[in-house]
Design a protein around this ligand. Structure first.
Ligand code: NAG
Ligand code: NAG
Ligand code: NAG
Ligand code: NAG
Ligand code: NAG
Ligand code: NAG
Ligand code: NAG
Ligand code: NAG
Ligand code: NAG
Length: 843
């Protein structure tokens, strides 16, 4: 047996087992005779738990269960729509729509009404190979209300492709048109409800929520959808998720359910989350909220799923207002003129409809208390307006429009063909009509893009108890807020529901536990910054040459420190340098003027100029120490001055050597002396020394760098000290050791010539100058090793200038003095006499 055949067999058995004609009530709310019948499935009662019994084969009796107040309201909406369509001549002229309604009591009584609709008028469901021409009792079915029943009924009806339009079953499963080919609905799917909820929470910055879901398909499915949606984005975290017990129909809570509720409420009492999302059929919630009242909660925000968002019975627990704010997701409000009166209209005794089809009846087509109870809630129903009612209303109109197309109706008449439901289904998918200002059609998934509303519960008797505060459009997936929420908090502040308060700018998050919403805020230390869009959890170090304060969100450029002209120390050193420059220039001029005099010749003759020119250049180059360092100035600082200094030292050394040793060499090693003179030994020596020095300096530069670098001021990180590479001072030791060798040589020659006449004797000067030079160099090195600021540059400059001054003034100064003020001593005769005196003393 194939599945199709098996189903038929089952149907046949069931049909004969359960169908039993009830008493015929001509003018019941549940029937209307007509040319074409619509089936209507509503929950007037509800057995949320749906206990199935196995001991007897009887259709459940819905009236034994709790009343579901809104069910009758929806049923009336269908009756109203059909009556309106019949009254209005334009849509289906000359055609009467009829209906058959059955109470499905939530999901206890689905199969029997399904079979009832499928069977022919004589309650017979034939076993056929081909049902293409089969005419069931109804052409389309409206309902039922919840997804579980809708799926059950659809499993029956879809075999016959009977169009089924549900008005409040939101399950995403129903989108699957392979499984439910004949299922359409006038309500957005659960995904949109969840999305609206999430956008609501995001709008109010709630990211720490509690989810309570009933222990049935509705609760489980939607709870899971919500947690999946939240996991995907990660903006909102669930503090805890609990399952609400569903009580037995018409009974109090059992002890284990009581303790389960108690533990949930205890958890709710202790959590810091203030927002509670509740997915549950409304009948399971009355006990829950009575418990909530017992626990004296305050300041919570309840978010109601569509199942209970506009339930007047729960709303009548007016004490709930003290527990906090109630928000809910539901269908938009569309007012249907005339419906309020119709809702509580008592059916007239006489039936105006011609008996075109045999009226029949089945069980569960009664609700004696419905009208009276609906009347008792009439005030709140009237104030709250039509929401889900509009879904039912538009479902009926969709069928009417499909019939209109199928029967090729014009203004006056329709062709009254037989309507095969599967053909009607094709028309139904195509309908596109305007109803009370809304453009209605079914999308690919068979859903009507109805707008969702976020509502707030209000207990002010004159107002709409379910005030819209925002609306959500499924097509655009966007929320727009239309009114302010009144929060019932001091100063009407928006309640906070966050695991951790959001961090201040510049504070990084340190996760606590596994939830991304729970964290500690850590200050970013100076020198680091936080870029929220890139990484909320780590402070990033500032790039070089920038800095940040504590809790920085950006790095700023550090103030650059270098030697500047307007500083006192610079001015002082500049004055010294200028003094050196001009005195050296003066010496140069004087020596030039008196070039042929013995004083100049004894001081080195042309070699004096070899010393004076570098000296002059060195003084002239002092400005390279001032201003931000560049490659050029660093090159000068690291190479030029030291080479100048070495040239001077070399000249002095070679000059001392000449004075003291030349005669001895000439006497003892005449050949060597010949070479020395012929090849201009002094100059070769100076060039040689300079070359060695240049190689040393170049090697030093290659190992370090001549690019200026920036370092953090140890005292103030906001300041960056720009300087040449400080490592060149390590090379300074090498430099210095060579200078030291030179000066030791110069000093020994000078010492050897200490008995020479004073005008040849330089020992005192060289000792002084060299001692100064080395003490200053070593103290500079020491200073640099302990201090790092701009002062180092000043010291460097000062030492350089003083060294050159020592040579310039110390060496040349006395000679100039003699040349200018004792010209009588600057004669060959005087020099000869001095030398003669010296030679005589020696002998
Ligand atoms: C339909 O017409 C009847 C008679 O005119 C009227 O009493 C009834 O209110 C109308 N029903 C609707 C839903 O308009
Ligand atoms: C709620 O408040 C009432 C009266 O103020 C008090 O008797 C009761 O113990 C409170 N219930 C809880 C659970 O705190
Ligand atoms: C239809 O109703 C009329 C009275 O309104 C009655 O006389 C007639 O017998 C009925 N026809 C059938 C087939 O029941
Ligand atoms: C409905 O209310 C009316 C009076 O308001 C009463 O006479 C009638 O018995 C009630 N019906 C039921 C089923 O309770
Ligand atoms: C609302 O609740 C009050 C008691 O809390 C009750 O008296 C009243 O009848 C209820 N309203 C309806 C319409 O049931
Ligand atoms: C429905 O009809 C309106 C205008 O009559 C049109 O703009 C809209 O695109 C139609 N929608 C669909 C889904 O066909
Ligand atoms: C909400 O209230 C603020 C000030 O309280 C007001 O500026 C704003 O227009 C209100 N928004 C709506 C939608 O009423
Ligand atoms: C309410 O607002 C007033 C004035 O704006 C302020 O002084 C008071 O502290 C606020 N109360 C609360 C609970 O925020
Ligand atoms: C922060 O990070 C984003 C993305 O990586 C980047 O576009 C932006 O420029 C950064 N902002 C700052 C101040 O670094």
């Amino acid at each position: 047996m194939g599945p199709q055949a098996r189903t038929c067999h089952l149907l046949f058995l069931l049909l004969h087992a359960v169908t039993k004609p009830g008493e015929l009530v001509e003018n019941s709310d549940f029937h209307l005779a007509g040319d074409y019948l619509l089936g209507g499935l509503f929950s007037l009662h509800a057995n949320v738990k749906s206990i199935s019994h196995l001991s007897y084969l009887q259709v459940p009796k819905c009236k034994e269960y709790d009343m579901k107040v809104l069910g009758y309201n929806l049923m009336q909406a269908m009756r109203f729509a059909v009556e309106e369509i019949n009254n209005c001549s334009a849509l289906l002229p000359g055609v009467l729509l009829g209906y058959e309604m059955v109470d499905v009591c939530y999901h206890s009584n689905n199969v029997q009404p399904g079979l009832y609709f499928l069977a022919q008028d004589d309650d017979f469901l034939p076993i056929l190979q081909d049902y293409s021409h089969y005419m069931p009792h109804v052409v389309a079915v409206i309902g039922p209300d919840n997804s579980e029943s809708a799926i059950t009924v659809s499993n029956l009806l879809s075999h016959f492709l009977i169009p089924q339009i549900t008005y409040s079953a939101i399950s995403d499963k129903l989108r699957d048109k392979k499984r439910f080919p004949a299922m359409l609905r006038t309500v957005p799917s659960a995904t949109h409800h969840i999305e609206a909820m999430v956008q609501l929470m995001l709008h109010f910055h709630w990211n720490w929520i509690v989810v309570l879901a009933s222990n049935d398909d509705y609760g489980r499915e939607n709870g899971q959808l919500l947690s999946q949606r939240l996991v995907n984005t990660g903006d909102i975290c669930i503090a805890f998720q609990e399952v609400l017990p569903i009580p037995e129909p018409s009974q109090g809570m059992r002890p284990e359910e009581q303790s389960q509720l108690d533990s949930i409420l205890d958890k709710l009492h202790r959590t810091t989350a203030r927002v509670v999302v509740v997915f549950s059929p409304e009948l399971a919630l009355r006990n829950f909220f009575l418990e909530v009242l017992r626990w004296n909660f305050t300041g919570l925000v309840w978010i109601a799923s569509e199942s209970w968002a506009i339930d007047p019975v729960l709303h009548n627990l007016t004490e709930l207002r003290h527990t906090g704010t109630f928000l809910g997701i539901t269908i938009q409000r569309v007012s249907i003129p005339g419906f309020s009166e119709f809702r509580v209209r008592h059916t007239k005794v006489e039936h105006p409809v011609a008996n075109k089809t045999n009226p029949r009846a089945t069980c569960n087509q009664e609700c004696d208390a419905c009208l009276n109870i609906t009347e008792s809630f009439n005030n709140i129903l009237m104030l709250s307006g039509e929401r889900v009612v509009y879904s039912v209303y538009s479902a009926v109109y969709a069928v009417a429009h499909a019939l209109h197309r199928f029967l090729s109706c014009n203004q006056i008449r329709c062709t009254k063909e037989t309507v095969n439901p599967w053909k009607l289904l094709r028309e139904l998918r195509q309908v596109n009509f305007t109803l009370l200002g809304n453009q209605l059609f079914f999308d690919q998934n068979g859903d009507m893009p109805m707008i969702l509303d976020i509502i707030q519960w209000q207990w002010d008797l004159s107002q709409n108890p379910f005030q819209s505060i925002a609306s959500y459009s499924p097509t655009h997936q966007r929320m727009s807020f239309i009114a302010n929420v009144s929060w019932h908090t001091p100063n009407n502040t928006i309640p906070m529901s966050m695991c951790s308060k959001s961090c201040q700018p510049g504070q990084s998050k340190k996760p606590v536990g596994l939830n991304p919403c729970c964290f500690e805020c850590m200050d970013c230390p100076p020198g680091t910054y936080l870029n929220r869009s890139a990484d909320e959890f780590n402070c990033l170090p500032c790039p070089a040459s920038t800095w940040s304060h504590k809790n920085g969100i950006t790095c700023f450029k550090r103030r650059q420190a270098f030697l500047e002209w307007h500083e006192a120390s610079t001015i002082m050193v500049a004055i010294l340098a200028a003094l050196g420059f001009f005195s050296t220039l003066a010496v140069l001029l004087i020596f030039w003027r008196h070039f042929q005099t013995p004083m100049v010749r004894s001081a080195g003759g042309p070699m004096c100029f070899l010393m004076l020119v570098p000296l002059l250049l060195a003084f002239g180059m002092v400005p390279v120490y001032v201003g931000p360092p560049t490659v050029f100035t660093c090159l000068c600082r690291q190479a030029f001055f030291t080479i100048c200094f070495s040239i001077c030292l070399a000249c002095i050394t070679v000059r001392s050597f000449q004075i003291v040793c030349v005669f001895k060499i000439a006497r003892r090693l005449p050949r060597a002396y010949g070479f020395w003179v012929r090849y201009r030994g002094p100059y070769v020596f100076v060039v040689f020394i300079t070359a060695i020095k240049a190689v040393l300096v170049a090697a030093n530069m290659l190992t370090t760098t001549i690019n200026p670098i920036g370092r953090t001021d140890p005292d103030d990180p906001n300041i960056m000290i720009l300087s040449c590479h400080p490592n060149y001072r390590n090379g300074l030791l090498l430099n210095t050791s060579m200078d030291l060798l030179l000066s030791v040589a110069g000093f020994s020659f000078a010492y050897m010539g200490k008995e020479l006449p004073t005008n040849y004797n330089e020992a005192k000067f060289i000792t002084l100058s060299m001692t100064f030079s080395f003490t200053s160099s070593t103290s500079l090195c020491t200073f640099m090793s302990i201090y790092d600021g701009v002062l180092v540059t000043v010291m460097d400059l000062l030492v350089t200038v003083l060294n050159f001054l020592a040579i310039s003034l110390g060496y040349f100064g006395p000679k100039c003095y003699m040349i200018l003020f004792y010209p009588e001593r600057n004669t060959p005769a005087y020099f000869n006499s001095m030398i003669q005196g010296y030679t005589m003393r020696k002998n």
